[in-house]
Write a new protein. Structure first.
Lengths: 179, 302, 404
């Protein structure tokens, strides 16, 4: 069991680059998990004390928006990592996560990793060095999506026109204007 | 109909004068995108290669550069008929397929074109994808939105010469599920061994596929950097971002070919509009290697 | 008509009197050609269709400076004692407006009409800088994969009478662009004007069989070595009297290394982006197209019209433009002219005629801008650029060979 987990951690694109001794430390806090389609992995606002190396399947990050129901903001395919809210206080999930299909993963006890990182800065730095590029990459991808590069000129013009309307204007379509 | 410019006369055909083709098939892809099959009643142009473009004229409205998305109409795009990079045994473009998104006056008029309508065609212009240069490699097609249209012939060419290539991978990102092109074909390509992955920026109710930028599909595709021959088309910023991600993962820049876009009025290298620094995109492009254009794309307003 | 015939017999320089010019006009007109040449009109030496040699600008010279052009009465009768005017020959070979095609639609069927008849010109009084400019246009429009039919047809029928330059202007710099005041190739007939003591004459030489034929029909004077000597000396001397010079370095590399130069801000603070330089330039070839229809909608035409890279909508694609700032548009113009033209067409796009300097309303001087860019280069790339100078002219010759 423990050997299988070591192999799985060594094979996953996120954890593979860690030196063997650090992978061993991760393996100590790891256990295998599986999720059925539509199974909720965690809910927005819950305690963020673990992360997952997704091996197969796919997970949706979502947020419940009043009046618009559950909105999927991004999906995480196999080979990626789910969960980084445990890195910083208040250690609560910013988004929810739900398996979209049968998903297998290695779950790692993030609270333990956090404690070990505090005690062992070399390990802690290695962990952050793996998470930082991931976070940067997703931030950049999100920014590119914000640019709405596929929009037609008319759609861009409409957005501009909407934004041009002052928030103070009585017929402003901006939801924030009521406040 | 005929034009008074017959091939084979003493005067060489004027590349500025369109030949009028007829719309022989029309398929609505999305709310703003249509696929037109154009057939030459007579006097066809020379054969197009994947990646090359035509200047399409809507009578009295104007002209726009549109890459070919099929090289012989719906029938020959099917693998059962003929090799997709040969439109015709005589090297003539008897039929052409163009997928057009209505974003300006001319493209909206093309989008509205009816069956039987005459559409002026000039070309072929520009460089092609040169799919055979990927022989022995994995064909990796990465498309953003309407960018899949010029890449469709790459997928078809790879399927037609399946054994010449390793894996055939298609990573396709669109704005929303209703903006996806060729949805029926994606399935048939999948069934013929193309590894198809699709993602959208904005999901719609009922969408159970990927949500995220097309680059998020690169990791799961588990590409082998030194085996990948990448064919890339989409918004310029998306192409740059994707190419950089690929280069960072070890794909050599010259193995990333991308189709670029600038204003074009002639298609033939005479009007000067499509310059990207030293590159005359209608002649040295639209398809260029990332090694050639990487530095140019970084210069603002070049 | 212009071709480099190596076997043309040249039995020494011929000398013709100014009184032979009407005969030359008549001969060209008899060949069915419209003669286009310089004439003094509206305060400038313009190029226009001429009925007779009398219309040549005898006795007119010009004074030029940055943003300055004035006619000046000469103290002799020289017809070609002036440097470049506001127009160039592209006005006739690549007119500002040309109908590319017209077509009619009947019952949904579109029929394209026969192309318009193209004029047969004799270009009379082409200066060596402009001769080179025509060669530059040839490379762009008919020297590549696709042949521009309208330009090609105009060009095919043309008869070129070149006239050597013996009086460069203050804004001229053809020598530092690798040219010179003497016509070397690309003409049917070349003249060097000599005026002294009331004796107005020309040394004439043929560049093609057609030119030799015309020359053989003209009333000629006896061989006159003194006139020939004076003519040669005047051309040699002109080479030393250029009013401007380009920095002696690889301009191609200078432009490539200057893409992010602070100089663009400086020039943009002066440039009005009016596009005058592109209209006056003898090699600026950029055009756009206009589609027009009649009221029924069943007759459509496409026109090609001059465009300018200084125009805001020049780079307009659905929704927006690529080059919106004045900085980027000036950079595009000068970088293309002096730099990327090599990449695209194997030679420089500048022939050193100085028109862009003269006709700039704020007097922006391409030679000064190039010098400023050079001064702002880091020292390392400056040395490198200078050492590349020789290599560039070789590249040029080689790429011409390849395309030839």
């Amino acid at each position: 069991m423990a050997d299988t987990l070591r192999l799985r951690i060594a094979a996953h694109p996120f954890s593979a680059p860690f030196p063997e001794d650090q992978r061993e430390l991760l393996a100590r806090e790891a256990r295998p998990v599986e999720f059925e389609p539509d199974e909720r992995i965690f809910a927005e606002g819950g305690a963020a004390d673990r992360f997952w190396l997704i091996e197969t399947g796919r997970v949706a990050l979502d947020m419940w928006v009043p009046g618009r129901d559950e909105q999927v903001v991004e999906t995480l395919p196999e080979g990626t990592v789910l969960g980084w809210s445990w890195l910083t206080p208040p250690y609560r999930w910013h988004f929810g996560a739900r398996a979209l299909e049968h998903t297998t993963a290695v779950m790692i006890d993030a609270a333990a990793v956090r404690e070990r990182s505090a005690a062992d800065p070399v390990f802690g730095y290695a962990v952050l060095s793996r998470f930082a590029p991931l976070i940067i990459e997703r931030l950049q991808a999100t920014r590119l999506r914000m640019l709405d590069l596929h929009a037609t000129p008319q759609e861009i013009a409409e957005t501009r026109a909407r934004r041009a309307i002052s928030p103070d204007s009585p017929d402003s379509p901006e939801p924030g204007s009521a406040r | 109909m005929t034009t008074s410019f017959e091939t084979g006369t003493a005067t060489p055909a004027d590349p500025m004068v369109p030949r009028f083709y007829q719309v022989t098939s029309r398929r609505e892809e999305t709310r703003d995108t249509v696929t037109l099959e154009l057939t030459a009643p007579s006097d066809p142009l020379g054969a197009f290669a994947p990646g090359q473009f035509a200047m399409l004229t809507v009578f009295g409205v104007g002209e726009a550069p549109i890459s070919v998305s099929g090289l012989g109409g719906a029938a020959d795009d099917d693998h059962r008929h003929r090799r997709p990079h040969h439109a015709d045994a005589d090297g003539l473009a008897l039929r052409l397929t163009h997928t057009v998104r209505g974003v300006g006056a001319v493209t909206r008029a093309l989008q509205a074109a009816e069956l039987g309508q005459s559409i002026g065609v000039r070309g072929p212009f520009g460089t092609g994808w040169d799919v055979p240069s990927a022989a022995g490699h994995d064909v990796v097609v990465i498309a953003g939105g309407i960018g899949l249209a010029p890449l469709r012939p790459v997928v078809l060419a790879a399927l037609a010469e399946r054994r010449a290539y390793g894996r055939v991978v298609l990573l396709f990102g669109a704005r929303s599920p209703s903006d996806l092109l060729y949805t029926g074909e994606l399935e048939s390509w999948r069934s013929r061994g193309v590894e198809v992955a699709v993602t959208v920026d904005r999901p719609e109710p009922g969408w159970r596929g990927h949500v995220g930028l097309v680059t998020s599909l690169i990791g799961p595709a588990r590409l082998t950097a030194d085996r990948a021959a990448v064919f890339l088309c989409g918004p310029e910023v998306m192409m740059k971002h994707t190419a950089d991600a690929l280069v960072a993962s070890g794909v050599p820049p010259h193995r990333i070919r991308m189709s670029l876009e600038r204003t074009m009025h002639c298609g033939a290298g005479w009007c000067g509009h499509c310059q990207l620094g030293p590159v005359l995109l209608c002649r040295d492009g639209p398809v260029a290697g990332y090694d050639e254009v990487c530095d140019l794309l970084r210069i603002r307003e070049l | 008509m212009v071709s480099h015939v190596g076997s043309v017999k040249r039995d020494g320089p011929a000398v013709i009197g100014v009184d032979a010019l009407p005969a030359l006009f008549a001969l060209l007109q008899e060949q069915g050609r419209t003669v286009v040449g310089p004439t003094a009109r509206d305060g400038a030496i313009v190029l226009a269709e001429l009925e007779s040699a009398d219309e040549l600008p005898y006795g007119w010279g010009v004074d030029t400076e940055a943003g300055y052009y004035r006619l000046r009465q000469r103290d002799d009768t020289a017809a070609f004692g002036h440097s470049a005017g506001p127009q160039s020959w592209k006005s006739f070979l690549l007119p500002a407006r040309t109908r590319m095609w017209s077509a009619d639609r009947e019952d949904g069927v579109v029929r394209v009409a026969e192309p318009d008849e193209r004029p047969r010109y004799a270009l009379f009084g082409v200066r060596p800088c402009d001769l080179r400019a025509i060669g530059v246009l040839d490379r762009v429009l008919i020297g590549g994969r696709h042949v521009e039919a309208d330009y090609g047809a105009r060009r095919d029928g043309v008869f070129v009478v070149a006239v050597d330059c013996t009086e460069p202007g203050a804004t001229c710099f053809c020598v530092s662009m690798g040219g010179g005041p003497g016509a070397e190739a690309g003409f049917d007939l070349a003249l060097t004007e000599v005026v002294d003591g009331g004796d107005h004459r020309f040394v004439a030489r043929a560049g093609t069989e057609a030119g030799a034929h015309v020359l053989s029909l003209l009333p000629r004077r006896d061989s006159d070595t003194e006139t020939a000597g004076r003519a040669a000396a005047a051309v040699d001397q002109a080479a030393t009297r250029m009013g401007r010079t380009m920095p002696a370095m690889s301009l191609r590399k200078l432009m490539a290394d200057s893409r992010e130069s602070p100089q663009w801000d400086d020039v943009a603070s002066r440039c009005l982006t009016c596009g005058n330089c592109t209209m006056a330039c003898p090699t600026c070839f950029c055009t756009t197209t206009e589609d027009v229809t009649d009221l029924t909608g069943d007759h459509a035409e496409r026109w090609r019209v001059w465009d300018s890279c200084f125009a805001l909508d020049f780079t307009g694609m659905h929704g927006g433009q690529t080059r919106t700032s004045g900085q980027s548009r000036y950079r595009q113009w000068i970088s293309h002219k002096l730099g990327t033209w090599y990449d695209q067409f194997g030679e420089s796009g500048c022939v050193g005629c100085g028109r862009c300097i003269v006709w700039c309303p704020v007097g922006i001087d391409i030679t000064q801008e190039a010098a400023s860019l050079a001064a702002l280069l880091p020292a390392a790339s400056r040395d490198h650029a200078e050492s590349q100078d020789h290599a560039e002219s070789q590249d040029h010759a080689e790429s011409q060979d390849h395309d030839g």
